[in-house]
Design a protein around this ligand. Structure first.
Ligand code: AP5
Length: 218
């Protein structure tokens, strides 16, 4: 199954992606993670996109689509055939580019799942998020704290706050999402692929809803 995961910043896309990968064996392709890895490694792409990302604006469709294409084709060549697209597409152009790309690779989108969360909850989630520098595991200071403050439970790595998890960048990211989401929703609705899941509650309550929406039980 190839699944597109839609939802605003802080909706829990990354959090639920971990569970989806575990249950359905898909490979998560998160454009946010790929871009952050490029920034961390200070590749030419990373240097080009660092400021745009920190300010909460979108990286150009061309750059992000070629990054996705490169990763997708490499994973297909390595024998993977089930993908979770997390953070891509983000606008109608990207949805059309994704379809063109998948058609050229003889695959397609089977479902588009949108996580729906109220705005005040998104703000709380993003302001309290902490991420492990080493393994990328995600925590929340209130809703999912590590056993020892500032230290990753899984690998002992240092936890940090993302450069775009500040009020100004969060405001930009939410505004962009609000502007771009409706055409995307209409695109997948017209194809009969869109499912909405209420993701206001805690992560372990949300996941069974997602599984059911995908026709499975937990
Ligand atoms: P990206 O990394 O995709 O960020 P985002 O869309 O802003 O989404 P987030 O990662 O902030 O949120 P999430 O939904 O994954 O939430 P999480 O599970 O972590 O993109 C970052 C940037 O990269 C963009 O702004 C842009 O610049 C660039 N970019 C990426 N893709 C692009 C594209 N296609 N085109 C152009 N530019 C692109 O959860 C958040 C917090 O809440 C965590 O602390 C978590 O523990 C907690 N939490 C999660 N679920 C729950 C729950 N149910 N209850 C309580 N707490 C919860």
């Amino acid at each position: 199954m190839n699944l597109v995961l839609l939802g605003p910043p802080g909706a829990g896309k990354g959090t639920q992606a971990v569970r989806l990968v575990q249950k359905f064996g898909m490979l998560q392709l998160s454009t946010g993670d790929l871009l952050r890895a490029a920034v961390k490694a200070q590749t030419p792409l990373g240097k080009q996109v660092a400021t745009v990302m920190a300010e909460g604006r979108l990286v150009s469709d061309d750059l992000v689509t070629s990054l996705l294409r490169e990763n997708l084709t490499a994973h297909l060549a390595a024998g993977r055939n089930s993908f979770l697209f997390d953070g891509y597409p983000r606008n109608l152009t990207q949805a059309q580019l994704l379809d063109e790309l998948l058609v050229s690779l003889n695959i397609g989108v089977d479902q588009a799942l949108r996580l729906v969360v109220s705005k005040d909850i998104l703000m709380q989630r993003l302001c309290g998020r902490r991420v492990c520098r080493s393994c990328g595991a995600t925590y929340h200071v209130l809703f999912g704290p590590p056993a020892k403050e500032g230290i990753c439970d899984k690998c002992g790595g240092e936890l940090y706050q993302r450069a775009d998890d500040n009020e100004e960048s969060i405001g930009n990211r939410l505004a962009i999402y609000d502007k771009e989401i409706q055409p995307l929703v209409e695109y997948y609705q017209a194809k009969g692929l869109l499912v909405d899941v209420n993701a206001d509650e805690e992560a372990d309550v949300v996941f069974p809803r997602i599984a059911r929406a995908l026709g499975s039980e937990v």
